[in-house]
Design a protein around this ligand. Structure first.
Ligand code: GLN
Length: 316
């Protein structure tokens, strides 16, 4: 640990070297176009940020430019849902990697409407349904946004309504998933309502700097290390990290754990949140995706960063 801390002064140059290296790469993956609004994002963008225990955020590249966090938001809706219903959530959502694409429907029939984990679309839609209980969709969406703003202590984080509308207009698969789960009794609200919550939390926009701050509690036993207050218990933070490691990159989760070696959660906007317990939270943004729908250069950059800094949950 001491060695890691001693390396922090070098972090600034490590990040700016990485950003410079990524800027000239021509293999940038492909920007998601199935949500038309995301297809408009410039694939040349690249940002990276690390939030540390002492409150500093070290960053490079386009780290202050907001992007659509998409499925990275599922970490925060899961956190809220566990706060609301606790372990009862696991009656409705599993905790196993799916080995299938994020929007797959195939396992739902055999497993009778219980999604494999809270990070595939079906699982996150159930989580949205849980957050909707007792609320209008507008209130549930407001609660999610305020929680995220609170975590970063930053009320400029916002919902990009054009992205939410764009996804609703083309979200046929998500409607299919939601209705299919409702047929098994695993959705309490109409698909339209649960998806209203889901599409809006996926459309939350923030910068790498802000995302690193939002996720920081997961690196410090569920605590905000600067303000000192607890967001979740240490045990819950550990379990959310375990799910990120095993399920956070869909059918690319094993590969991410193998190459990067830390819990991570990706989104089709090209963002990734990574957690180095006891050290800090990392976020990277590069809009071009690989075949699994995870940021192509983002994964490569995190692999290089983790290797350079000696960050891995598999070594002391
Ligand atoms: N909103 C996206 C969807 O439902 C989220 C997927 C993702 O980021 N992997 O398809």
């Amino acid at each position: 640990m001491e060695a890691t801390l001693l390396q922090h002064p070098a972090l600034e140059s490590v990040l700016s070297d990485l950003a410079a290296e990524m800027a000239v790469r021509t293999d940038r993956g492909a920007v998601a176009t199935y949500i038309p609004q995301l297809g408009k994002v410039d694939p040349a963008k690249f940002g990276i940020a690390v939030a540390l225990e002492d409150g500093r955020v070290i960053s490079a590249g386009d780290a202050d430019e907001p992007f659509s966090i998409q499925s990275v938001s599922k970490v925060f809706t899961l956190t809220l849902a566990l706060g609301k219903v606790g372990d009862a959530l696991w009656k409705r959502v599993g905790r196993e990697p799916s080995g299938n694409p994020f929007n797959s429907i195939v396992q739902l029939e055999q497993e009778r409407g219980i999604p494999r984990n809270p990070f595939i679309n079906a699982g996150a839609i159930v989580v949205s349904d849980v957050l909707l209980a007792g609320h209008e969709p507008r209130e549930a969406i407001g609660e999610i946004l305020r929680f995220i703003q609170f975590l970063a202590d930053d009320d400029t984080i916002y919902i990009d309504r054009d992205v939410a509308a764009s996804e609703r207009a083309t979200g046929f698969r998500n409607f299919a998933l939601a209705n299919y789960m409702r047929s098994f009794g695993n959705l309490d609200h109409a698909a339209e309502l649960a998806l209203g919550v889901y599409f809006h939390h996926c459309a939350i926009a923030m910068s790498c700097r802000q995302l690193a701050l939002v996720g920081r509690f997961l690196a410090f036993d569920g605590r905000n290390p600067v303000a000192g207050h607890s967001v979740v218990s240490p045990g819950r933070a550990r379990r959310i990290n375990a799910l990120m490691l095993t399920c956070g990159h869909y059918d690319g989760s094993g590969d991410f754990a193998f190459r990067v070696g830390i819990p991570g959660k990706s989104g089709v906007g090209g963002g990734i949140l990574g957690i180095v317990p006891g050290v800090g939270s990392l976020s990277v943004w590069s809009p071009g995706l690989n075949a699994n729908g995870n940021s192509h250069l983002g994964s490569i950059a995190l692999e290089k960063l983790a290797r350079t800094m000696g960050w891995s949950i598999f070594s002391p």
